[in-house]
Design a protein around this ligand. Structure first.
Ligand code: GAL
Length: 685
């Protein structure tokens, strides 16, 4: 951190104030009579809460009529929290505009691709391009920022809530989209070229003739892919503009405080690489289901993604659930004891906080059955006891604040533009799913305790031993050149099918597939061949038989060697995976979706070949992660996600000496972890 790192300075201030990890949650006192607030504050102290997010959905109460403000209730709450030493992450309430805005200015309500106007009655009912919405959002933000700047409770800012990048089709958004396109392309001819409008004679004569892409139900056949992709980019930008407008107002009043907006992890419609660069600290809402057998894996990859968005800096877990989350269907309770291990998992992977939605369960409203730190049963509940105990654990990890995880040796490429293009219509297969392919590659690494960073295709990859590229369908020349240079310079690459196919406008790269990577991979793909559901072919890899489903590239070797081959079907004897020595590195290509065993072997072989080593071996379901304290001291988290006791053998040569959670000074070489047990071992100093 230095003078040239204002975000780092703002966070240093927050750390200084909290003196440990942040612990707390969303606090919505406006849903309760004032009598409850004192009780809340008393219980917050009992649980060790030091930060609460206040005001997220309070616009309708703070500004009950246009331009008429009532800060009385919030003043009192801020004062109470200040007295109790609880910091406030103050939210601008702009994710839920008041009813009068929708009533008096119906043009602020967004319109979906089918042409339907979204109604008032839930939240996020605003058109991000609407100047009327933006005017009112700016006004309430200005009033909040000027009023609470300097308030002793104010610790940081939370802009809006979970922006979604709503692709709005109202006339104001159409006009905004046209301006955005004119800025991007300069001339309408450049747009015609990028979108390939010669196809079906879609040529435009003026930007004024261009619309937002209509829903499929309003078209006779498939939409223009370039138009779809640019609309996704535009919708992301329109929301980001709303965020930065509020951020800039806040900065004028409180230049020293961090500003964030809460992300939803692997969420499709916002390019969080861009958003992360616009805020001071990345923050995450995570709702991995308690009863999902892969919940901890899904949480881990979201945590790794958040950590990666700002180059490994600590991030904040702003929302998680103490128990159930209302995701539809049957929302089971969290098993006893799981809360602790799932919360510590975030800290292990770089979070400087453990926070929840929400502090006190709501009596009314759509989320009245969502779990909370103070459930409807209050302090008599198991959840409350776990929350209080967790507060003590979190306090014991204070030294970790500001400390980072060591950079991983493995990077996995993650590009939102590729995600948008990959899942667009009219592809050889309609079943390609970006996150499913990411997880297929991530899963074996997580089970093996091999740390992973995520990286943008333009990122400096030189420090990674292995770069994994699942389904990079869309890649621009800079991304393709970056990957090529990485391998040429000695890097190891694992790429899977349907990669390098189109440029940044979703136009097929000329000369045959995989256009951007033919030389790098040393192959040509004669046919892109999705398999029918239920169609499966045996393959052979490294002495093991496996099965190929979903996709089967017809690969012609052009310098690469065969690494795995089909042993049945039309492709019998032909390559399922290949390896090419290129420059001083290697490029491995997987032309199908193999069974989990083959996938595991292939991914781990690539890791071993690249010199990647795991943190340590643990029984399945026990996660081992290392994170440093701010002073550089190394820590090992051992997290038992299972309902069985597990035994872990520690390497006696390694320096682990103190379990921070129980304060005991020495640990044996063999540890017993109870069901959902966790230890955090600190290295000897
Ligand atoms: C989050 C949201 C919260 C609350 C929570 C529980 O996505 O930010 O306001 O709705 O989910 O479902």
């Amino acid at each position: 951190m230095s003078r040239t790192d204002p975000a780092g300075e703002r966070l240093a201030g927050l750390r200084q104030r909290l003196q440990g990890l942040a612990y707390g949650g969303d606090y919505n006192p406006e849903q309760w009579p004032a009598g409850t607030w004192r009780e809340d504050v008393r219980l917050m102290r009992e649980a060790g809460v030091n930060l609460v997010t206040v005001g997220v959905f309070s616009w309708g109460l703070l500004e009950p009529r246009p331009g008429v403000f009532d800060f009385g209730r919030l003043d009192e709450v801020m004062d109470l929290l200040a007295e109790a030493g609880v910091g406030v992450d103050l939210a601008t309430p702009t994710a839920a505009p008041p009813s009068w805005l929708a009533h008096e200015h119906p043009q602020t309500l967004p319109v979906d691709a089918e042409g339907r106007k979204i109604a008032f009655g839930a939240r996020l009912h605003f058109c991000p391009s609407s100047p009327v919405y933006r005017y009112h959002a700016a006004r309430i933000t200005e009033r909040l920022a000027e009023r609470y700047a300097g308030h002793p409770a104010l610790a940081m800012w939370h802009v809006g809530n979970e922006y979604v990048g709503f692709g709005c089709h109202c006339p104001v958004s159409v006009a905004h989209f046209r301006r955005w396109l004119a800025d991007r392309y300069g001339t309408v001819d450049a747009l015609n070229d990028a979108w390939g409008t010669a196809f079906w004679g879609q040529r435009y004569d003026s930007f004024d003739h261009v619309g937002t892409p209509a829903a499929r139900s309003r078209l006779v056949s498939g939409p223009n892919p370039g138009q779809l992709l640019d609309f996704a980019r535009f919708s992301d930008t329109a929301s980001l503009e709303c965020f930065t407008a509020e951020r800039d107002i806040i900065r004028r009043h409180t230049p020293g405080l961090p500003v964030t907006t809460n992300f939803m992890g692997s969420f499709k419609h916002l390019d969080y690489w861009r958003w992360a660069a616009a805020e001071d600290v990345v923050s995450l809402d995570i709702y991995a289901k308690p009863y999902d057998p892969e919940g901890q894996l899904l949480a881990a990859y979201n945590f790794d993604l958040m950590r990666s968005l700002r180059g490994g800096r600590p991030w904040l877990m702003l929302e998680s659930a103490t128990g159930n989350n209302l995701t539809g269907g049957r929302n089971s309770a969290r098993p006893a004891g799981q809360l602790r291990v799932r919360s510590l998992q975030a800290v292990a992977r770089g979070a400087d906080s453990v926070m929840f939605f929400q502090w006190r369960a709501s009596r009314a409203g759509a989320e009245r059955f969502h779990s909370a730190m103070v459930p409807h049963g209050g302090t008599r509940t198991r959840t409350w006891r776990e929350v209080v105990a967790l507060g003590r654990d979190v306090a014991r990890l204070a030294d970790l604040v500001g400390g980072s995880c060591d950079p991983a040796d493995v990077a996995m490429l993650w590009d939102w533009e590729n995600w948008w293009a990959l899942e667009a219509p009219d592809h050889p297969s309609g079943d390609l799913r970006f996150t499913a392919r990411i997880l297929d590659h991530y899963r074996p690494l997580w089970h093996a305790n091999i740390p992973v960073d995520f990286a943008h295709p333009h990122a400096d990859l030189s420090r990674y031993r292995l770069v994994i590229v699942p389904n990079l369908y869309l890649v621009d020349d800079a991304g393709a050149d970056n990957l090529t240079a990485y391998v040429r310079g000695g890097g190891h690459l694992l790429m899977s099918y349907f990669s390098g196919i189109v440029d940044q406008h979703d136009r097929v790269r000329p000369g045959g597939h995989p256009g951007a990577f033919r030389d790098l991979l040393g192959i040509d793909i004669d046919e892109l061949n999705p398999l029918q559901i239920g169609e499966a072919y045996e393959l052979h890899h490294a002495g093991h038989a496996g099965t190929a489903t979903d996709w089967q590239d017809v690969i012609l070797l052009n310098g690469a060697e065969q690494l795995a081959a089909y042993t049945a079907g039309e492709q019998k004897g032909q390559p399922a995976a290949t390896r090419h020595r290129f420059g001083t590195g290697t490029a491995t290509y997987l032309g199908t979706s193999p069974d989990p065993g083959t996938m595991r072997r292939l991914v781990l072989d690539c890791a071993t070949g690249a010199g990647v080593t795991p943190v340590m071996d643990t029984p399945d379901g026990v996660e081992a992660v290392r994170r440093r304290a701010a002073d550089g001291t190394d820590h090992l988290f051992l997290l038992n996600h299972t309902t069985e006791e597990a035994t872990v053998d520690l390497d006696p040569a390694l320096p682990w000496s103190v379990d921070l959670l129980n304060g005991q000074a020495a640990v044996a070489d063999r540890l017993r972890l109870p069901p959902f047990g966790a230890v955090v071992l600190s290295a000897e100093r």
